[in-house]
Each structure stands twice: as structure tokens, then as C-alpha cells.
Design a protein around this ligand. Structure first.
Ligand SMILES: Cc1ncc(COP(=O)(O)O)c(C=O)c1O
Length: 368
């Protein structure tokens, strides 16, 4: 599995390295909703704490039904249009990346990079040949029509992250549709990671077209939007019943704990929390983006979700190290294929935290 330095949120490791307490570090490296876990879930876990005394339902029937119901309602379609058989929940989205790769055994895959490292990890583990489609600075790290030309019939699957982590961009809807059509024509399975799509209130992702594309697999994570990375919950959506049935039949039992199993129904119905999140993000996304854009020596990329990617035009200056002197942890992106030591990502946090980050950056960049 991934090494510890490859992800954000490793405050334990950074605290050890810098001789600090993990709880004193202001963590901008993990993209977690700063509103914290919803009160509705906290109450449910406390009142149902004895559920740990029983095994969870091995089929997670209620969990799958709750997720399916949510998507049917979101699309204003009858529940029968989005059956529970379209859903497989996992112990975080990460588990499902590995499980899907393990089961479908692609021989040749294309990854749009730089992106989340675990697609490559999972594919490497099964000895898959990996081709890369590289997002480039000259195109603002956007997915462009060049990707269509990179698709060919020798490919078994394509991994695409929308919005992409760490660059934060969403492909244009028309282009996404073309990618979908071209993949279907060429017999390529399209694995689209929509783990951050919930932060975009105007987007439903590709759930509406699942029915029409049996080659389409959508990955969702609940850990970021609902601030439960320690609880772990994600899910895979697909209309492809043969593959979904195999995934269901071959998975290890009980990988989702009893609290996570009860969480989806509560979280997906907590519309007040979703509205508060949109409200917070609406103001803080533009506040932090504008604040960063005014700093000298940075190129800041417009965010779609709850994190911002930027390039510092001083490859020899270690900005993460400089900010750790002030107990602020940001994500350096040097270990993403296609990026280097001048690339960084910061989570969007509360106004107070964002101000603190901007002040620290102003100071550090004035003296570097
Ligand atoms: C793009 C992307 N997909 C999936 C995941 C995994 O999320 P989870 O915590 O649900 O395993 C992450 C985590 O950072 C991510 O950035």
C-alpha cells in the first residue's frame, strides 16, 4: 500500500520530524470539510454505540439501499431506476480502487496524471502496463481533446479524476461526454473518480448516464465532504451487473464497520449540513483563491472543489518546510508524476485558518 509521505494529512509523521505535537499543527494538507462531522451522525453513533456488539450485515443491504435511494432522488427518478445492485460500498473509496483493479485485471491502462496516486499503486500491484496522459502547464493542467487522441483499442481502462486531485480542475461537460463515447466505442472501461464532486453543488457527476454506459464506473468518497476520514466510507456505482456481481461475490467480508454502515443514510439525508458546506465553500473558495493570487511568485489554478493547487516560481525554495516553522502543514506535490518541487496544494479551511495561512505565506514569501 502507499507509503506515508504520499498523502496529505500525515500530521503524526510531520510532528515527529519537526519535534511538534500533532494537535498543534494547522493541517492544510488533507482536503477535509472544516465544519467537522455532522451532529446528526455524532448523535446516531452515540445512541447506537452497542451496534459494535453485533456483526454488520454481511451484504450491507440498508447501506446500499440508502445510497441508491439518494441517487434516485437526486436525479428525480423512481427508486427502481437506481437499484441497490448499482452500488458497492467500501471502507473508504481507496478500498474500492484496489478491489476493482484486482477483480477486473486490466492488462493495459491509461492514467491522466498528475492525479491521486492510488490508481497507479493498484495497477502496479497486478503488473498492469500503464500509459500516462500528462496534463501540462501550457494547457493550465486542463483535460483537453488531446486525451481523445490518446485513447486506443489496446487499452482496457482509463482512470480519470473529476475534479482532479491535486490540480482541482473539472473537464468541460461536452469533453467528458466525448471521452465517454470514445471509451465505449473502443471497449475501454472508464473509471471516473468523483470523490470530490459533492463539493460542487451544480454538478451531479455522471450518475445520470450510468444506465447507458456499462463501461462506466463511478467512485465516490464520503470521507472528505462529511469529514469522516477516520470512520472510512466510499462507494462504487455502475450499471454493469456482471462486474458488480463479481465484485460483490469476491470481496472480503465485513470490511465496513458498523458505524460507517449506519452513516450513509444519516449523512445523505442531512441537507442542512450540505447547505452549510456550500455556504462556507462559496465564500472561502474565492477568499483563499484571491488571497493566494495576490501573493508574489505564485501561479494559482482556479479551484472547483475544496482545495487549491499552485506553483511557486522558486523550485529551490521549500515552502512546506518554511510553513512548518509556523506549525502550518501544506501538501507538497513533488511526488505526483508530472509535478515537481515547486508545486503545492492547500485545503480550503475556515476564514480564521485561511487568514492565518495567507499571513504566514505573505511573510515567508517576502523573505525567501
Ligand atoms: C481523488 C481521491 N480519490 C479517492 C480518495 C480516497 O478517499 P477515501 O478516504 O474515501 O479512501 C482520495 C483521498 O484523498 C482522493 O483524493
Amino acid at each position: 500500500m502507499a507509503k506515508s509521505g504520499q498523502h496529505g494529512g500525515n500530521t503524526r509523521q510531520m510532528a515527529e520530524k519537526y519535534g511538534r505535537k500533532a494537535e498543534d499543527i494547522l493541517d492544510f494538507s488533507a482536503n477535509i470539510n472544516p465544519l467537522g462531522m455532522p451532529q446528526t451522525l455524532r448523535d446516531a453513533i452515540i445512541s447506537q454505540v452497542t451496534c459494535v456488539e453485533r456483526y454488520p450485515d454481511i451484504d450491507y443491504q440498508h447501506l446500499h439501499q440508502a445510497i441508491a435511494r439518494h441517487h434516485a432522488a437526486q436525479m428525480s427518478r423512481p427508486e427502481s431506476d437506481f437499484p441497490a445492485s448499482y452500488v458497492i460500498a467500501g471502507n473508504g473509496a481507496t478500498e474500492l480502487i484496489f478491489q476493482w483493479v484486482q477483480q477486473t485485471q486490466p492488462r493495459r491502462a491509461l492514467i491522466v496524471e498528475p492525479t491521486f496516486a492510488e490508481y497507479r499503486q493498484a495497477l502496479t500491484r497486478i503488473g498492469c502496463d500503464i500509459e500516462r496522459f500528462v496534463l501540462v502547464e501550457q494547457e493550465g493542467f486542463a483535460v483537453t481533446e488531446r486525451l481523445l487522441a490518446a485513447l486506443h483499442e489496446e487499452l482496457d481502462c482509463l482512470f480519470l479524476c473529476t475534479p482532479n486531485n491535486p490540480t482541482g480542475l473539472m473537464p468541460a461537460p461536452a469533453l467528458l461526454q466525448q471521452i465517454l463515447n470514445r471509451s465505449a466505442e473502443l471497449g475501454i472501461q472508464l473509471f471516473v473518480d468523483e470523490s470530490f464532486i459533492d463539493f460542487l453543488p451544480q454538478h451531479r457527476g455522471l450518475t445520470d448516464v450510468l444506465d447507458r454506459y456499462p463501461n462506466l464506473f463511478l467512485l465516490r468518497s464520503m470521507t472528505k465532504f462529511y469529514a469522516i476520514p477516520g470512520l472510512r466510507l466510499g462507494y462504487l456505482l455502475a450499471a454493469n451487473q456482471p462486474i458488480m456481481a463479481t465484485l460483490r461475490d469476491t470481496r472480503e467480508p465485513w470490511t465496513i464497520n458498523a458505524f460507517a454502515a449506519l452513516a450513509a443514510d444519516i449523512l445523505l439525508q442531512d441537507h442542512a449540513y450540505a447547505q452549510q458546506t456550500y455556504h462556507w465553500l462559496h465564500s472561502e473558495q474565492s477568499y483563499l483563491f484571491q488571497g493566494l493570487s495576490q501573493l508574489p511568485g505564485l501561479t494559482v489554478y482556479p479551484p472547483a472543489a475544496n482545495y487549491i493547487f499552485f506553483r511557486l516560481h522558486r523550485a529551490d525554495f521549500d515552502l512546506q518546510h518554511a510553513l512548518m516553522q509556523r506549525n502550518i502543514l501544506i501538501r507538497h506535490c513533488a511526488n505526483y508524476p508530472g509535478l515537481s518541487t515547486h508545486d503545492y496544494r492547500v485545503a480550503i479551511r475556515t476564514r480564521e485558518d485561511n487568514q492565518q495561512l495567507l499571513e504566514a505565506l505573505r511573510d515567508v514569501l517576502a523573505h525567501c
